[in-house]
Design a protein around this ligand. Structure first.
Ligand code: UDX
Length: 443
């Protein structure tokens, strides 16, 4: 099929590239000329395992193209995907201005019947708005063209996005027209070659809602476990054991119940807020979802509280080694990363930070921690330890799982570790002579 993907952000770039990998002819469109020039050379703006090689391969195979010109590509396109950003508006709702701009442009330039797919995360009712926007432009042009707006939300995890796209757990398609749904099924069927058909078809509004509910449910699991972790500490229980105890119940399961320093990233914080806002707009106060957000906000600072409990509220003269900045491993994404909150809190108290992250240091230094004095960036995890009073682990990169603990002991001023991701065995840490602080268990 001939596909146009509008928006070369995370979702658009991964989706477009994976569709081209299956042999479709894909053109990815963006308004950012520099980004498109880079992409034409195979230079990709994000770190995502496997993506760069896949982009290069499909450029070479002439299945993947990049362009700033939407109108000329619409002429030969079967399906147009809208994958532009939906940033958080001031009131917490998703801002639809980019989505509706694209819809307008499609209406201004489409020349034949078309399927328009919303891949951006959009509130319930957006497909209707997109439809009305396109129709308005067609009316202006006095054209009668058949088109259908389909909702096809994305469930990609950063760091594992290629795998998620190529071997999906499910593909949700919301369509109010059978022909459009059938075309989507044809497009996705090669992705189910090695498994059963995993396309779930439903009405458009339910599909739009599914995306928010999936993310809110996962965020709820995390905040629930973080709250339990805090209670465990108070009552003298160990959340690591409690997690295994409850996960063994197949109704609960082991996934997404790891306590830590709170969820971050581009999706959970934004989507939880947007769902809350949607409920409000319909006169409903979403109490549980509000609490999920509250728990997460305070959880980001739990590890900083442990630091001040040990070293005092005034941290002038203290230096901390921070291992991990990205909101999770295998990404350079710093959006809503707990590290931002922890580092800011410690720096405000006068501490110096020596940080290392395998991928996210540029993002941190240039954007998220840009104006923060007292933060230095280092070439290796061990380099951060020199003259540091303690090590604070904030992202569970694999390279932090089994470090040389003797090196840690030699380099640190005193053998103290604050672990915001519960990566080490506390009994072992004690044996090795560390003062080890973690989430959900008092040492
Ligand atoms: C998420 C969804 O998983 C994905 O389906 C959706 O499309 C976008 O949002 P992503 O933001 O890439 O993906 O990250 P994910 O791996 O889901 O982790 C989100 C956050 O939850 C991270 O900050 C992670 O550290 C945290 N987390 C996850 C926990 O604290 N505990 C867990 O048990 C799992």
């Amino acid at each position: 099929m001939n596909l146009t993907v509008i928006g070369t952000g995370y979702v658009g770039l991964v989706s477009g590239t994976c569709f081209s990998e299956m042999g479709n002819a894909v053109t990815c469109i963006d308004v950012d000329t520099k980004k498109i020039e880079d992409l034409q050379q195979g230079i990709i703006p994000i770190y995502e395992p496997g993506l760069e090689a896949m982009v290069a391969r499909n450029i070479k195979n002439k299945t993947l193209y990049f362009s700033v010109d939407l109108s000329s590509h619409l002429e030969k396109c079967d399906i147009a995907f809208i994958a532009v950003g939906t940033p958080m508006g001031e009131d917490g709702s998703a801002d639809l201005k980019y989505v509706l701009q694209v819809a307008q442009e499609i209406g201004q330039h489409m020349t034949h019947s078309l399927i328009v797919v919303n891949k951006s995360t959009v509130p319930v009712g957006t497909a209707d708005e997109v439809k009305a926007t396109i129709q308005k432009e067609l009316d202006k042009r006095k054209l009668t063209l058949d088109f259908h707006v389909v909702s096809n939300p994305e469930f990609l995890k950063e760091g594992d996005a290629i795998n998620d796209f190529m071997k999906p757990d499910r593909v949700v398609v919301g369509a109010d027209n059978d022909e459009a749904a059938q075309k989507m099924r044809t497009l996705y069927s090669p992705f189910f070659r090695s498994s059963a058909d995993r396309l779930i078809q439903m009405d458009v509004r339910s599909a739009e809602m599914t995306k928010y509910v999936a993310n809110a449910m996962l965020a709820t699991k995390i905040s629930f476990m973080n709250e339990i972790a805090n209670i465990c500490e108070l009552v003298g229980a160990d959340v690591n054991k409690v997690r295994i105890g409850i996960g063994s119940d197949s109704r609960i399961g082991y996934s997404f119940i790891y306590p830590g320093s709170g969820y971050g990233g581009s999706c959970f914080p934004k989507d939880v807020k947007a769902l809350k806002r949607t409920a409000e707009q319909h006169g409903y106060t979403a109490r549980l979802i509000t609490s999920v957000e509250d728990v997460n906000d305070s959880q980001k600072l739990v590890i900083a509280h442990k630091v001040t409990k040990k070293f005092g509220a005034d941290l002038r003269g203290k230096t901390f080694a921070v291992w991990g900045l990205a909101f999770k491993p295998e990404t350079d994404d710093m959006r809503e990363a707990p590290s931002i909150y922890v580092i800011k809190d410690l720096v405000e108290r006068g501490a110096k930070i020596q940080a290392y992250d395998p991928k996210a240091m540029k993002e941190a230094a240039h954007f998220y921690l840009k104006d923060l004095e007292g933060v230095s960036y280092h070439n290796s995890k061990y380099e951060t330890l020199q003259n540091a009073d303690a090590m604070i682990l904030l992202t569970e990169w694999k390279e932090f799982r089994s470090p040389d603990f003797e090196e840690l002991k030699t380099q640190l001023k005193s053998p103290v570790i604050f672990d915001g991701r519960n990566q080490y065995n506390d009994v072992l840490m004690k044996e090795k002579g560390f003062e080890y602080y973690q989430i959900g268990k008092n040492n």
